[in-house]
Write a protein that binds this ligand. Structure first.
Ligand SMILES: Cc1cc2nc3c(=O)[nH]c(=O)nc-3n(C[C@H](O)[C@H](O)[C@H](O)COP(=O)(O)OP(=O)(O)OC[C@H]3O[C@@H](n4cnc5c(N)ncnc54)[C@H](O)[C@@H]3O)c2cc1C
Length: 325
């Protein structure tokens, strides 16, 4: 089959590898709208079926030799016992301890969280440089029609703006700050602090006095309007880890769904979609790509993520990012 993928982001790139391996002819179109930072968080400490997607994504990174480096994680806050039992049932190494330097109890995860070199995954994918649009199931790239047996829409926050389909998706702005600090440990651990409402991750992972903090807040916005995220994540994190000096704001646009879980499936006979990755695309993106490949090639369906679950939704508000437990 000749397959056209719109968007060389996390899902589009994952689909490229998977479909090529199955012997299909795959073309990827990329507009350059999105800027990618070198690494993103991959955590297995999610909820419900998302854990399986995260495990699938991890296997994918290993198979395609995408570098990822593990660091311990500290989860602070009242976490439902059922969630912790689930983590244990998967064999994850998690243990509750008092952590002096955080002045708090935390669930310490070992081998559960890593930084994945997502840019390396994306940079290896060949692509046609251009802006794709879909109208009446016909794709035009910079005004020229491109034919394919199957079209897969994976343009992230731009999905709803480049097609004439009404999709159960909303784009939003999200941001995080690179900060300098006085504690070199912060460049070697993940902190998910649900008590104060922020996360901290390593910047380079080398023990430099630098880290990244964000709070999972979202501002509903089209992806073409410039927004400016505030310093709230820095203020929240300072309460726990001491003084942090904001140096640089990393930002971009993500895409949310009514239940803040990803979607995949068929939109028309020829057009498929995988998206709505809600700020945790490195964790669930390759997993969703695999579900879409199985759906297209074998006809199997995972009800929890299929797009048809929103067929009666006309409008919705975005919830909290799903990484928040
Ligand atoms: C600041 C920030 C930090 C984040 N940190 C993390 C993290 O640590 N861990 C994590 O799991 N997730 C993180 N995310 C979320 C993650 O980046 C997204 O969930 C994920 O990238 C979504 O994947 P996608 O493939 O759906 O879309 P994207 O990865 O956004 O890819 C869509 C692609 O389509 C292209 N495109 C758009 N329109 C067109 C068009 N008309 N024609 C052709 N191409 C087009 C875009 O340029 C882009 O390259 C973060 C996001 C931001 C903004």
């Amino acid at each position: 089959m000749k397959i056209l993928i719109i968007g060389r982001g996390i899902v589009g790139s994952s689909l490229y590898y998977m479909l090529k391996d199955l012997g299909h002819s795959v073309i990827v179109v990329e507009s350059g709208f999105r800027k990618f930072y070198p690494t993103l968080i991959h955590s297995l400490l999610l909820k419900g079926k998302d854990i399986e997607l995260a495990i699938e994504s991890k296997k994918f990174y290993e198979k395609y030799k995408i570098p990822s480096i593990k660091y311990p994680s500290y989860t602070i806050g009242k976490i439902d016992k059922k969630i912790i039992d689930d983590w244990m049932s998967y064999g994850f190494n998690v243990e509750e301890k008092y952590i002096n330097w955080l002045n708090s109890y935390a669930i310490v995860g070992k081998n559960t969280d890593s930084l994945v070199a997502i840019k390396k995954l994306i940079d290896k994918v060949p692509y046609i440089d251009g802006v794709a649009k879909i109208k009446n199931s016909v794709v035009e790239v910079d005004g020229k029609t491109v034919n394919a047996d199957i079209i897969i829409l994976t343009a992230g926050a731009w999905n709803s703006y480049i097609t004439d389909f009404k999709l159960p998706l909303k784009s939003y702005y999200c941001w995080a700050w690179v900060t300098s600090n006085t504690n070199s440990l912060l460049d070697k651990v993940f902190i998910y602090d649900y008590e104060l409402g922020y996360y901290s991750r390593p910047l380079f992972g080398l023990g430099m006095k630098l880290n990244i903090v964000g709070d999972g807040d979202t501002i509903v916005s089209d992806p073409f309007t410039k927004r400016f995220g505030d310093l709230s994540p820095v203020k929240k994190a300072t309460e726990r880890v001491g003084e942090l000096r904001p140096l640089f704001r990393g930002e971009g646009y993500c895409e949310g769904t009514p239940d803040m879980k990803p979607v995949y499936g068929r939109i028309t006979d020829k057009v498929y979609i995988a998206g709505g990755l809600n700020g945790y695309g490195a964790e669930v993106g390759p997993g969703i790509a695999k579900l879409l490949v199985d759906f297209i090639t074998k006809g199997t369906e995972e009800k929890e993520y299929i797009i048809d679950r929103f067929s009666n939704v006309s409008d919705f508000e975005l919830g909290k990012e799903p990484h928040e437990l």
